[in-house]
Write a protein that binds this ligand. Structure first.
Ligand code: PXL
Length: 302
């Protein structure tokens, strides 16, 4: 794989760039907050978190989840933004319509995302990943709540990053070729986000994975080597987290998507088996690429 340009790691003692994830916990450590935090730390940003739900899951699936009260989700966001400050934010699992509404209200108040279509200035970049279900099809969102993501969060979003199942649920379009990928990008854009990213991972029988980015005017294609692995749990979260980091560093949306696509491709290439089901993508490839200096771990002698 070709080398990718990484952001410089923060100097020890210097306050790094900060980001916020508004997402659910995965007890199996593969997706959700746990995936976001790995990518944030390994990119070199400080991660803040608003927990939306605690899921009970392992590599075989999600057996239940417990949503956090909406006012507690909103309070976490307010607390972090008021003191620590953030350069970008992302959403993952939001669990319920009430949580989505609380998140939309607080993000609108705090300058997270856009004020209205066409406006951006002075606002904090906001990636909205409309997580609906796990890779096993286990629901992560109350069925009636997807509409609230569309009406309340899409208009605030700098970029939306649905997977192909979510594209189908939201637009009714089955992405099967270039043309339907473009139709889906247009249909998603009409719902209010500044940019839409429609993934193409499993689309073509080729060696390439081509994701399509659209801002209402231009289509941009991002191509990487396609990695075929059953261990892709947390792949969508990892892509979104890497894009969010780049936005926090001040990258443009196309630059951020280029970074995210490279990051998730490397994480897929390094994915590992775990338990009896699907293992996670592995952002820890970064530790091998830029290994920390060797340190002695000598046991003190009496
Ligand atoms: O990958 C989407 C996702 C997000 N958040 C949580 C999850 C999953 C997928 O399983 O469990 C908590």
């Amino acid at each position: 794989m070709t080398t990718m340009k990484l952001f410089p790691l923060p100097e020890p003692g210097a306050t790094p760039v900060r980001v916020l994830t508004i997402a659910g916990s995965d007890s199996g450590g593969g997706a959700g907050i746990q995936a976001d935090l790995r990518t944030f730390a390994l990119t070199g940003v400080h991660a803040t978190v608003a927990v939306t739900a605690v899921t009970v899951q392992n590599s075989l699936g999600v057996s239940g989840f417990h949503p956090i009260p909406p006012e507690t989700v909103a309070a976490q966001i307010r607390s972090v933004v008021a003191d620590i400050g953030i350069g970008a934010a992302k959403t993952g699992m939001l669990a319920s319509r009430e949580i989505i509404e609380a998140v939309a209200d607080v993000c609108g108040d705090l300058g997270i995302g856009r004020r209205a279509p066409g406006t951006h200035s002075g606002r904090i970049p906001f990636l909205v990943d409309p997580v609906a279900a796990s890779m096993h099809g286990d629901p992560l969102l109350a069925p009636a709540a997807l509409g609230a993501i569309i009406t309340r969060l899409f208009p605030l979003a700098t970029i939306v990053t649905p997977n192909l199942d979510e594209v189908r649920l939201i637009t009714g379009i089955d992405v099967v070729d270039d043309r339907s990928q473009r139709d889906a990008a247009r249909a998603l854009h009409a719902l209010g986000p500044a940019w839409t990213l429609v993934k193409g991972g499993h689309l073509r029988e080729s060696e390439a994975s081509i994701d399509l980015l659209y801002d209402g005017a231009e289509f941009l294609e991002f191509e990487t080597q396609r990695i075929d692995t059953p261990h892709d749990h947390g792949g969508g979260d990892t892509l979104g987290a890497a894009i969010t980091c780049a936005l926090a560093y001040g990258s443009t949306v196309p630059e951020a998507v280029a970074y995210g696509k490279q990051w998730v491709t490397r994480s897929l290439a390094a994915a590992y088996p775990l338990g009896g089901g699907h293992g996670p993508v592995n952002a820890m490839w970064r530790l091998r690429e830029n290994p920390p200096e060797a340190v002695e771990h000598a046991v003190p002698q009496p």
